[in-house]
Design a protein around this ligand. Structure first.
Ligand code: GRF
Length: 183
């Protein structure tokens, strides 16, 4: 059985969905204290935080090496980013090539980056959605595994639109991760 690690930085509602679909998670790794870590602990999943700094003191390469070392020490085969907010240095994608996934709240290649939902709303798009893809060195890029559209409704705010996207994500990501574990 492949060993799965889920990487988080925030609320952790996608992690909750992975847990509730009974996926066996060997490790939840965060780059900061966050609600997602608490969710993992309550579920009895092993957690680690490798805290990062922000600004000029942040050494992306060293940080990534620390994460890679931990993942390899734990025998992790598949790395699933679920709202993880640190961009890794290239070494991660060399060590875990084709074994690291990301979920992004837009229909890539449209609306990359942290402001994906706000950008979609501000663009006047009538449709946005979510993308699950293999992660590569380039941010929000890499081969697409699954996508699903979500309609933008009149009166939507970033919060209301993002929550409807997350409803889809909480169904789709567990399905995709389950298949990857079985491959
Ligand atoms: C999701 O919308 C995901 O697409 C994005 O971050 C969000 C994570 O949500 N990368 P949560 O922290 O799991 O609630």
């Amino acid at each position: 059985m492949k060993k799965l690690a889920v990487l988080v930085s925030g609320v952790g509602s996608i992690l909750e969905a992975l847990i509730s679909k009974k996926l066996t998670i060997a490790l939840v790794l965060a780059d900061r204290e966050c609600r997602a870590v608490e969710i993992a602990k309550v579920a009895g999943i092993r957690t680690e935080i490798i805290p990062r700094t922000f600004g000029k003191t942040f050494n992306r390469h060293l940080y990534t090496l620390n994460v890679v070392r931990l993942l390899k020490d734990r025998g992790i085969d598949l790395v699933v980013m679920a709202g993880y907010m640190t961009v890794f240095a290239p070494v991660m994608f060399e060590e875990y090539a084709n074994r690291i996934t990301n979920i992004h709240p837009s229909l890539l290649p449209e609306f990359k980056g942290e402001r994906a939902v706000a950008d979609a709303l501000e663009s006047g798009a009538k449709v946005t959605g979510t993308t699950i893809h293999l992660a590569t060195e380039k941010l929000d890029d890499g081969p697409i595994i699954a996508q699903e559209a979500v309609l933008v409704l009149d009166g939507d705010t970033v919060e209301t639109l993002w929550e409807r996207i997350k409803i889809v994500e909480r169904r789709l990501y567990p399905e995709v991760v389950q298949k990857l574990l079985e491959e």
